[in-house]
Design a binder for this molecule. Structure first.
Ligand SMILES: *Cc1c(COP(=O)(O)O)cnc(C)c1O
Length: 336
């Protein structure tokens, strides 16, 4: 596996730290003190405009955009998209124009959600923002915008939602390599990696990396929007495409892909009690901020699965913190 063959520009502070979650592990252990040991991979600390998982993908996507002579990037996401914010920051750093199409997926109209947090940062980075109603065909909307910009003489590059395609997913193939290298240094046998899964690029990349390196590490995505069957199908398809892109066709099979979508609640971006509890626990026990849409729900899932005895007591679990804590400012009522 030779990722250096692919164009990449440095945007992230790497490697991100791998740290033990000592107080949370103890809090979740049984009365006998036994329980899985929890670790956290700090991809919330990638450094670009408050960080997050999209920065690793953008290292490959932006390099591809520049190689293709783009002067403008277009992407899409929900109103409080962390991907949109990181794309706007990367474009600013590289001197590219940035157009964001934001889909009104939650129907919220309050000031905090529509103007603060990620939206405030999108504007600070100088992005042009367009709004679309829930359920719009966002890929088609981006293509239509690209067509208009081309007619004006611009050279737009369209990045899919979440940066999730075989180019962006390379960022998480690399993250798997990085994590295994850190585990080796620490003498740590990782059994599970757990993280929030949405547009699927993070999980697809991690799975390709972990399988391609024959690591024996199981990857579990905790869903934040779709039910399990379509989520797993999306991850599987993208993982297989990413493996092909890497020159490793055929290595990814159905059994490599697992998603648990029991912690979505009423829908994407809608707060759940488990999410609020998880955000509070991490803040109070570890001094770490999760986010209300992704990592909070993923941690809610991890906590519940540990309480149900899903993991062997001597297992080592790495929680991949995918970032997004700036989104907390878009959820003042839920967090109060
Ligand atoms: C986008 C995002 C995810 C999900 O990653 P995908 O690659 O889209 O599945 C998880 N956490 C945060 C904070 C995100 O912004």
């Amino acid at each position: 596996m030779n990722l250096a063959r692919f164009p990449r520009i440095r945007l992230a502070h790497l490697p991100t730290p791998l740290e033990p979650l000592e107080r949370l592990s103890r809090h979740l252990a049984g009365p006998d003190g036994k329980g899985p040991r929890l670790w956290i991979k700090r991809d919330d600390c990638t450094g670009l405009s408050t960080g997050g998982n999209k920065t690793r993908k953008l290292e490959f996507l932006m390099a591809d955009a520049l190689a293709k002579g783009a002067d403008t990037v277009i992407t899409q996401g929900a109103t409080q998209s962390n991907h949109a914010r990181q794309t706007a920051a990367a474009a600013a750093k590289l001197g590219l124009a940035c157009h964001l199409l934001l889909e009104d997926r939650t129907g919220r109209r309050d000031e905090a959600y529509t103007q603060s947090a990620n939206v405030l940062l999108d504007r600070l980075h100088g992005a042009e923002i367009g709004h679309r109603p829930a359920g719009a065909d966002m890929q088609a909307e981006m293509e239509a915008l690209a067509e208009r910009l081309r007619a004006e003489g611009k050279r737009p590059y369209v990045i899919p939602g979440g940066g999730s395609n075989p180019v962006g997913s390379l960022g998480y193939v690399y993250a798997a390599q990085e994590l295994l290298g850190q585990a080796m240094e620490l003498g740590l046998r990782i059994d599970h990696v757990i993280h929030a899964t949405g547009s699927a690029g993070t999980q697809a990349g991690l799975v390709v990396g972990m399988v391609g390196l024959n690591s024996g590490v199981a990857v579990l995505g905790i869903g934040v929007s779709a039910p399990r069957a379509p989520q797993e199908a999306k991850v599987l398809a993208l993982a297989q495409e990413t493996a092909r892109h890497l020159g490793l066709p055929g290595i990814i099979r159905t059994e490599h892909v697992a998603a648990n979508c029991d912690y979505v609640g009423q829908g994407y971006g809608i707060a759940t009690q488990g999410m609020v509890e998880a955000v509070r626990l991490m803040a109070e026990l570890e001094g770490i901020l999760l986010d209300p849409v992704y990592s909070g729900k993923a941690m809610a899932g991890l906590i519940d699965l540990i309480r149900k005895g899903h993991f062997a007591p001597d297992s080592n679990i790495v929680f991949m913190h995918t970032g997004g804590s700036v989104g907390l400012f878009g959820y003042p009522e839920a967090m109060a």
